[in-house]
Design a protein around this ligand. Sequence first.
Ligand SMILES: [Mn+2]
Length: 337
Amino acid sequence: MTHDFSKVIEKLLACRAALIFTHVNMDGDAVGSSAALCLAMRKLGKECYILKEDKLGDYLRFLVPEGLFTDLGADGSVTVPGGSVPYSWELSIAVDMGSDSRLERRKDAFYSAPASVCVDHHPAQGEFADCRVVDRDCPAAALLVYELIKELNVEIDREMADLLYAGIITDTGSFKYENSGPEAHRAAAELIELGARYELLSLKLLDTHALETLRVEDTAMERAETVCGGRGIVSYITLADLERCGARPENAETAIDRLRVLKTAELAAVLKEREPGVYKLSARSKLTGLARELALRFGGGGHAKASGATLEMPLEQAYGAVKAACEELLEGAEESL
Ligand SMILES: [Mn+2]
């Protein structure tokens, strides 16, 4: 897998200072790809930070070196740690972000730079940035960033190897998904040779949950319903559930993974209440692209087998609509399992 990074590299090398943007609700790939690229830029002598607007999940903290992230000010301003004046940068870099809608409150900041680039692996949802390397078949943004860093001739140290490896295992489900082809395995082997702590990373990123998370998962499991004779499974988590479990919204992220293991289920869907009357739909499918089809029905999108959407309506209506859509999609699809 090779990509033409020449235009992106030109922009990276031409700037003095850059700011990296990745999607809100950061996962291991968002953090891994953005932080590794930030370290690479610094090794090239550039001033570089990652601008975030939401909290980094506790489970990701161990991964991130100090001083890389900076928060968007309440007034939309950008300052960096230790800086007394607003940060000024010439290049905005988007990684692991399929659409500029995921910039949310940082949109003005992104477009305020004279130049922008995007390195991503999501199916395109509208082009943005002056210069783009987007490969929707690439399993992880971290894999693209790994290739880019090698082309920049920056030496990859253990810290960077950890970050890139973390991105790859996050987005391939630890090499379990269809996207974990030879490139992902080869890159992983190289990163382990560069010092990536694969056992620790898998344990901390994929096999560790807070008690609150387990409680939220249990709540979702308890009320789960099957549809289409068990070919689908659906559930929901409300803000009241989170409160009862002493949990935060991020503790609800893995409930979908518990549901999807039901042996007869091709399609799994969970609604998570984000604010009163606003539900985030997460969908997963096993061997078909039904997860994306489900998300598309509600104006969302994502990958073929992992996708999401936002529904703004009362719970009963949202849950009823998702159940009905699952039923209909499964009925129209051949048995896959
Ligand atoms: Mn990703």
